[in-house]
Design a protein around this ligand. Structure first.
Ligand code: MRU
Length: 348
């Protein structure tokens, strides 16, 4: 399977997701600033993948520090730069905190051993993310039945993670088990993660995929062509409200109207237990040019006023279940998310 991101010979290598599916180009980052820019420019994107990049960014930053003097200040500078890249995905902040804990715990090591330990921690985050996604797949695959059509939004696949994917991981697991599932991928304006990335990665594995524009979902549901919706998440509040790619909320409301199950697949590090509800989650507003242009070509008035929120909030009442690596959680989310991992709360 293609790596989304990996550590190779003191560098961070990542596939340039802006260029897919036309070109498969890899970008090499030799310092933490380049990793931060890669996240900002969406060379790498998707909540878990951003978390992995942040871990490697910290490791790379410390590796390049030459003197042990002012090490805490150096660490904080690296941390703060990476923290500023994108505001919404919880996994970024989770990974940075994990790297900070490792740094603090291992400061008594020699400088060179500390650097190695930090690289090890970042590599562990990457490896664990793939294991987590496979567990999400195992829990979630029974929710999909042979012959069903699943609508997904954005890209919550191997490209959005260290590998395998969350929402697409569930679909992968069902497919690998022999179920004939087919996928409808919403194109996901304006960045087109669905059209460019989801179609690309599903096609590579011969998982049947049909592309639709975002405004076609309701009609397909009305026609009985969709059996279930499966998306990823960027941040989940403790009451289950879920922030995901812009357009997710619209699909969730439509799914409820058509009595279709709406599933969210996400690792538990996407849950932010500090936030009571979805309205507290910061929503990134991106460059207006992303809406005015497609592939660098302006499709409207060059200076037309634009709104470009990258994410929206799906209230928990629209979510049939949240599939995590620790089990499947259903309402009441406040209680059941808190008890995540305790056997009695897990249901298929
Ligand atoms: O702006 P992006 O491409 O980083 O947004 C990605 C999404 O919204 C995904 O659905 C989400 O991160 C889940 S990925 C497993």
């Amino acid at each position: 399977m293609l790596p989304t991101i990996e550590w190779r010979k003191d560098r961070v290598i990542m596939i340039d997701q802006r260029k897919l599916p036309v070109k498969e180009v890899y970008v090499e980052c030799t310092d933490y600033n380049q990793v931060a820019e890669a996240v900002e420019k969406m060379i790498i994107r998707g909540a878990p993948a951003i978390g992995v990049a942040a871990g490697y960014g910290v490791a790379l930053g410390l590796l390049k520090v030459e003197s042990e003097e002012n090490l805490d200040e150096e660490f904080n500078r690296i941390y703060r730069r990476l923290e500023r890249t994108r505001p919404t995905a919880n996994n970024l902040f989770w990974a940075l905190e994990r790297m900070k804990k490792t740094f603090k715990k291992n400061k008594r090591l020699s400088f060179s051993q500390l650097k190695k330990r930090m690289i090890q921690e970042a590599t562990d985050i990457e490896r664990e993310d793939i294991e987590t996604n496979k567990k999400i797949g195992i829990w979630g695959k029974d929710l999909l039945k042979d012959g069903q059509s699943v609508l997904t939004h954005c890209n919550a696949g191997l490209l959005a993670t260290a590998g395998y994917g969350t929402a697409l991981g569930v679909i992968r697991a069902a497919f690998q088990e022999g179920k004939k599932v087919q996928v409808y991928a919403g194109e996901t304006r304006p960045f087109l993660q669905g059209a460019r990335l989801t179609c690309w990665e599903l096609d590579k594995e011969n998982i049947p995929v049909t592309l639709i524009t975002d405004n076609m979902a309701g009609f397909l549901m009305q026609k009985g062509m969709i059996s279930a919706v499966m998306t990823g998440a960027d941040r989940i509040a403790k009451n289950g409200d879920t922030v995901n790619k812009i357009g997710t909320y619209t699909i969730a409301v439509l799914a409820k109207e058509h009595s279709l199950p709406f599933y969210v697949a996400a690792p538990s590090n996407t849950i932010d237990f500090n936030l009571a509800e979805g309205t507290e989650i910061p929503i990134e507003e991106r460059d207006p040019q992303e809406v005015r242009e497609i592939g660098g070509r302006c499709l409207t008035l060059p200076n037309v006023k634009v709104q470009n929120p990258a994410f929206d909030i799906t209230p928990a009442k629209y979510i049939s279940a949240i599939i995590t690596e620790k089990g499947i959680v259903r309402a009441p989310y406040e209680k059941n998310l808190k008890g995540l991992g305790r056997k009695k709360n897990l249901r298929r």
